[in-house]
Each structure stands twice: as structure tokens, then as C-alpha cells.
Write a protein that binds this ligand. Sequence first.
Ligand code: AMP
Ligand code: ZN
Length: 479
Amino acid sequence: MNEIRLHNTFTNALEALHPVHPGQVRIYTCGPTVYASAHIGNFRTFMFQDILRRFLRARGYSVLQVMNVTDVDDRIIQSAAAAGVGIREYTDKYIHAFLEDIDALHIEMPEELVRATDHIEDMVALIEKLQQKGMTYTSDGSIYFRISKFPAYGKLSKIDVSGMQAGARVDVDQYEKENARDFALWKAPKAGEHFWETRIGPGRPGWHIECSAMAMKYLGDTLDIHTGGVDLAFPHHENEIAQSEAATGKTFVRTWLHAEHLIIEGQKMSKSLGNFYTLRDLFAKGHKPSTIRFLLLSVPYRRQLNFTEEGLLQARNSTERLRNFVTRLKAEQFPAGSNPEVERQIATAENDFDAGLSDDINTAMALAAVFDLVREANTAMDRGAFLQQNAPSAIAAMEKFDAVLALLVDDDEEKLRKLGIGLAKPRMSSEQIEGLIEERTAAKKRRDFKRSDEIRQKLADSGILIEDMKDGSIRWKYK
Ligand code: AMP
Ligand code: ZN
């Protein structure tokens, strides 16, 4: 077996995985901010985390993964107020939708999925600890973390804060590196805003403190792995390190993993830019859950994923190729015996798959190993060189791969039905449509109206409407 090595943002190097608790890997994952539906950019990052945890489990580790749900922050408070409902009620529906989405994509549930608003007490206790250590100050009822008291500030995102003006503060949850400032741990209530009455005063938590509090509550002071998209490294993760390490005096996270963005037309897909697709947008256009799963996992997490229609088409074909291969393995009668050459190819594929994933979760390498096997085995079958005893080994290998890839079970229709969406029939090409129209015209000419009606119906079933024009020509369009 290959040594598992991961690229740690902190050291900017590949490092071997050595969990704090041998045999168990403890992972914290920044989860969704539930002020709107997650988009497929978000799922790019969640998909990477799914592959990571599935691979670690396949390698015999137990995984303890905690994912938070940010159900209180600036945007949620604004959106809930605009909708005239409480934040709990406002966020409930997006949490529900998120759970449905991850189920549709076969993303495994983390061991703990925790809501920020259920952990206000833990955050208050952590802020008190920071107060006792003299790391904070209060201004107008809000409590700030004084970053000049934490000399290591900036070590993850490599920013230099030496010239920073002491006492300059930032109140918003999200800001740019140029605006590195003392940040809010606890925010004084504003008129009409939701707040909590607590020992540190009335108010609500800043975004960053929730992840420190929940991560350490469930995983201990030092986590093995912390994941998120690259946009979270600053300020969110930088602030998490400052809060946690200032409170405990221990290393907060051993390995930081950051997924590169999914981009569309050269830009990061994001809710604020409005250039996003939700999963349901894609399902409604006829794309299958498994297609999207394939597409999202196919590009290694440290490479940007350029989202295109072409990519979706390839993902669909590739998934079908895998499924067809397993169907063939199970259905076809092969000549008796076992071909050692095929057995060798299977073993190579298994090793290469593991080597790819061990190399910083390189899914492209892992998939290449699988498709090499598919190609070689299909060729051997066509030549009669794939033998009966090879089938069980090949099936076992495919099942091993699928413990990580989760693409083989053909349950797309069922997943969509659960969401109340029908699986759209693939559209016919214009050549196919025109061919059928010609055939219908010919049938009409020979007065075979049964056949011409059948063809009209067949086209209608595929979503194509035809119109007989007065001049005898025929027009067609998609319904
Ligand atoms: P949010 O709901 O905005 O807090 O984001 C949830 C996760 O999705 C975080 O880990 C983000 O870094 C990640 N994320 C946001 N936009 C993208 C994108 N375009 N591509 C990949 N990951 C993203
Ligand atoms: Zn977080």
C-alpha cells in the first residue's frame, strides 16, 4: 500500500498522514452558510471532502468528521429580516434542501452535522477563555480579538501584519487580506436583529468563533485535518487558528486542505456574483445526479474545475461506460479458465488507483487507472481472452473503486423522484428528428396513417412537436 500524502496549505508541502489518534482521522469541514441553496461550486468542495473520507475509510481508518452549518451570520440575518421570519425558520428550509442535495450526490453524511445556533454556549465559553488570557477588548458592546497579541497571526495565509494599525477593527464576517484587522468575536445587537442574552452580554457570535468552538468541542484541541474552499483560508481559517491556539496554547490543526474553485466562464461560481447553478437547476435541465458527481470528483481538488456543458456530456458518457462494463462482467458468458495477464492488469489498476488517491487525493490518476482496466478488459473480452475466473476479480476491483467513487449504483431516477423531478429523456439529435420526419412523410404518401401517427407520437414522447405547414413543408421544435 502507498503512503498517504496530503498537501498542507500551512507548510505548502506534501506531508505523510499521521493522525493524532492512531487509526482514526479527525476532520473538521466548514459547511454551508444556509442563507440560500448551495450551488455546484460549493458541492465541488463538499465532493472533495467526500472522496477524502471515503478513501481514508477504504484504507482502514475510522473517520470522525464534523461539519458545521452556519445558520447565523450577516447575510442570514439580513435575508431572514427581509423575509420577515426568524433565523431558525429561515435557515431550516435551506438545511433541509442541503441534506436532500448531498443525498442525491451520494455524499456521505459526516458523523456530526452541527448548527452554530445550537452552540452559542460553547462560543461564549471560548470567548471567556480568550478574555481571561487578555486577547480581547470590548468596544460599543462588541468583543474583538486583538491580533497584535497573537504574533503568529497570518501564518496560514502568509500575510504580513507588522505594519497594521493597532486597534483598527473590522465588523463584517468577510473581508479581504488588505483589511486584516482586529475581528469581532461577539457582536453587539443592532435594532431589530436577532440576539442572545449571555454571560458576555447580549449579542450574537461572529462567524469565525463558531468553527473554533465546534471543532474543538467534538474533535479535541488538535485536529488532524481541516478542510474548506480556498476562499476560506483568509480570513476565516486564519482567525480560527488565532482564536483556538490563543485559547489552548496548542496546535489547532495539523493539516489544512483547501479545494480550488469551480469556475464558470473564467470566474468563481458564487452566490454573490449570481453566476451559479444549483443542483436542481441542472437536474431540471435533464442532467443526472451521477453525471454531476462524476464531473465534480474528476478534477483533482487543487486544480480549478472549469464547468462546461462539454464536461457534463463527458461525465455522463464516462459514468455509463463504467456501469456498462460491470453489467457486461456480470451478464456475459466467458470461456472457462483464468487469464493471468488479465489478473495482472486488475492488480495494476488496484495499485494505481490507490497510488493516485494516496498522492494528495489525485482523482484524475485514480480514474485513469480504472478506465485503463475497463479498456484492457473490454479488449480482452472482444478477443475471447477474458476468461470466466477473471470476472469475479474484476467485479471485486470495480466494487473496491466504487467504495470511493460511488458511481455504479444506477439510482439516478430514484434520487430525482425523491426531489420531485422526473428524469428528462435525452433529446434526439436534429439528424434523428429529420430522419423520422422524412419517414413520416413517406408513410403518409403511401397512405400508411398508422405508421405516420406512430412516428408523430414517438417524436412527441421525446419532447418534439411537429407542425404541417400549408405549403406541404414540415417544421419541428422542442416542446
Ligand atoms: P459557503 O456556503 O459560502 O460558506 O461555502 C461552503 C463551501 O463551499 C466553502 O468551503 C467554500 O469555500 C466553498 N465554495 C464556495 N464557492 C466555491 C466554488 N466556486 N468552488 C469551490 N468551492 C466553493
Ligand atoms: Zn468554518
